[in-house]
Write a protein that binds this ligand. Structure first.
Ligand code: PRX
Length: 636
């Protein structure tokens, strides 16, 4: 029997069992999947060493669970509905049988190119069915996919390809998002110029016919031509690497978060089913791009594991008209809509009368992810989109956690606007104070560093190629705990409200941007001596980016320099990381030991006149100078 949670009493019962004996609890969950070989030990771990093993000895292939079993029982059910950027282009649909066959053909093609278990394959693709097919084909072969969001620049792509040692790149000629064309292949070419180990480049002709330009390029259709649809799934150890997904942290270099096969599968399927309370056959619309973890877990693997139909949307919510998202919900009769607060706030700005024109009677559950949702946006979403009848799940999790850790279970546990609420079974969140002491549960209301006490199946296992970095970043700050990097509040009933990052990471429109990474990019400009980047509250994006740069000499033309710096960020990271504000300052507030006090920069930007104790600063007069520059800029 699959452990389903359908009542508040179930939740309490499951939670208790999962904490008392996580191994026994998740063994029961895992048994609902197809395993090639059963595991002999459900859980073994030593958190401070970064040693975590779930379902040890078990063998599986996630694609059997995502595809084969459903293709057998429900071959004609759509597995994936693709909605193109331009609504005048036809949408496409792939049934479970068709998707299995497409995956088989590509897997055979990739095998012919020499791709084997453990090889790394980079995907740099728009939201098209080929992205899903490529991820699943890698999984079929046991190759490790590393999906790089198509908004990343060539330099970011090259860094990720080289860090993971990818030997194959799958990309497309180009695509449009809204009215903007992205020449993806040209961008990929720039990256490939410094990636000599890439042996093959598979190109999907998204915009029209494409002719391979050199010996390492091969057209997607040519690779598939003549390939059999059957491809035996590679037996994977539960703890074999499954995929890598790069994410930004407090240091300059992005980390290749590594997930493994068994635990990730169990967590993706289990969390989706229980949080959204789905039933097989339902239509699930997650608006996230596959380039982010939400697109992996709830855009692809989770829905397929639960025999849902997933909607892949290539475009943006407001193009070519402001009701596009609602139109898609109606057109494909989505039962669940899962999106980000940024999108909700942007749509809210356009007025509730737009979604009011769409009855959206198919909707049953609404989800929010990626950043804190403010109360106003929550109510707007509830009223105008859910028409007051769909529960909202505010789901808190991270790239590192593989799937949702804290969330309301739709219609089962009570939701509270702006609160993620309760932990899922198997998740033991605690709040720690500065000294690393647990803040007791009976404290009336508490705030602290959000940490997790014991491993859950979907937890990351390593930073690819840098295991020590995994240990240092997540497991050493508070030994015995996984440190999330977030701050949170807990009420007396154990509900959690996430406040935001406590490290040098800024969350812009749900995209995680490491300030160190951005500073590294800005510092590469020849006239910039040093810079500091901070996040500032923004009504739509959640947070916006503000950069403070010290130049070797005062810039003659500030706006020209600003645009050069913006271009530099586009080149080094991607357009989504361009700062909203750039200030040229004579100095930065630094402690005597040289640490930049970003907190003070945030206060100046907020117009806060009380900066607190600034005696530890090397040169406190710099604050006045910065304040004047910021005020001057506001006047302009
Ligand atoms: O700060 C938290 C915020 O997003 C961070 C994780 O970002 P990323 O790895 O890109 O994954 C995003 C999608 C899961 C977290 O550390 N965050 C995510 N969900 C929420 C959230 N903050 C508040 N409420 C949420 N529901």
């Amino acid at each position: 029997m699959y452990p389903e949670i359908t009542t508040p009493a179930d939740y309490l019962d499951h939670y208790k069992k999962s904490v008392e004996d996580p191994g026994a609890y998740f063994a029961e969950v895992a048994r609902s999947y197809i395993w090639i070989k059963p595991w002999h030990r459900t859980l073994e771990y030593d958190l401070p060493q970064g040693f975590i093993r779930w379902f040890d000895g078990g063998q599986l292939n996630i694609t059997q669970n995502c595809l084969d079993r459903h293709a057998l029982s429900h071959p004609d059910q759509p597995a994936l509905i693709w909605e193109p950027n331009d609504p005048s282009e036809s949408s496409r649909q792939l049934t479970y049988r068709e998707l299995l066959e497409a995956v088989g053909r590509l897997a055979n093609g990739l095998r012919q190119l020499g791709v084997r278990k453990g090889d790394r394959v980079c995907l740099y693709l728009p939201m098209i069915p080929e992205a899903a097919i490529a991820m699943l084909a890698c999984a079929r072969l046991g190759a490790i996919h590393s999906v790089v969001f198509a908004g990343f620049s060539p330099e970011s792509l090259a860094d990720r390809i080289n860090d993971a040692g990818c030997t194959v790149l799958i990309t497309a000629d180009g695509f449009s998002r809204g009215d903007k064309f992205i020449p993806l292949k040209e961008l990929a070419n720039q990256a490939l110029a410094v990636c000599p180990q890439v042996r093959h480049v598979v190109v999907v002709p998204r915009t029209g016919p494409y002719k391979p330009k050199n010996a390492r390029e091969i057209l997607w259709n040519d690779l598939l031509a003549g390939q059999p649809t059957q491809c035996e799934p590679e037996p994977m150890e539960a703890e074999d690497p499954f995929f890598i997904l790069y994410t930004s942290g407090s240091t300059g270099k992005p980390k290749g978060v590594l997930h493994t096969c068994g635990g990730y599968m169990v967590w993706a399927g289990y969390t989706l089913r229980n949080v959204f309370q789905t039933r097989p056959g339902e239509i699930f619309f997650c608006t996230a791009d596959v380039g982010w973890i939400t697109g992996h877990t709830y855009g692809l693997y989770g829905p397929l594991l639960n025999r849902l139909t997933t909607i892949f949307f290539e475009g943006v919510p407001t193009w070519p008209h402001s009701g596009r998202l609602w139109e898609i919900v109606e057109k494909h009769q989505a039962n669940v809509l899962y999106t980000a607060p940024t999108a909700i706030r942007a749509l809210e700005m356009l007025g509730g009368d737009i979604p009011d024109q769409y009855p959206m009677t198919s909707l049953r559950v609404l989800g929010s992810v990626g950043e804190p949702i403010n109360t106003e946006a929550w109510h707007w979403y509830y009223t105008h989109v859910g028409k007051g009848r769909c529960p909202i799940v505010d789901t808190w999790w991270q790239t590192e956690t593989g799937g949702i850790l804290i969330s309301t279970l739709a219609g089962v546990t009570p939701s509270v606007p702006a609160w993620a609420t309760l932990p899922l079974p198997g998740v033991q969140p605690v709040l720690l104070d500065d000294k690393g002491h647990e803040i007791p549960l009976d404290a009336p209301s508490s705030q602290g560093y959000l940490c997790i006490k014991s491993p859950w199946p979907g937890m990351m296992r390593s930073v690819f190629g840098h295991h020590q970095r995994f240990v240092e970043t997540y497991l050493r700050r508070f030994p015995g705990y996984y440190f999330t990097g977030d701050g949170a509040i807990r009420d007396s009933r154990g509900n959690f409200r996430i406040i935001g990052r406590v490290d040098d990471v800024v969350n812009v429109s749900g995209h995680r941007i490491g300030t160190g990474e951005l500073e590294d990019a800005i510092n590469q400009h020849p006239t910039v001596v040093e810079s500091a980047v901070v996040g500032v509250p923004h009504p739509i994006k959640g947070e916006a980016l503000a950069a403070f740069a010290i130049c070797s000499e005062p810039p003659l033309d500030s706006s020209a320099l600003r645009s050069e710096l913006r271009d530099l960020v586009i080149q080094k990271i991607g357009r989504f990381a361009v700062p909203d504000f750039i200030y040229f300052v004579p100095g930065l507030p630094k402690t005597r030991s040289g640490k930049i006090m970003r907190r003070l920069l945030r206060k100046i930007l907020a117009g806060d006149s009380d900066l607190g104790d600034t005696t530890s600063l090397l040169d406190p007069t710099v604050l006045d100078a910065i304040r004047k520059i910021v005020e001057q800029d506001c006047k302009n």
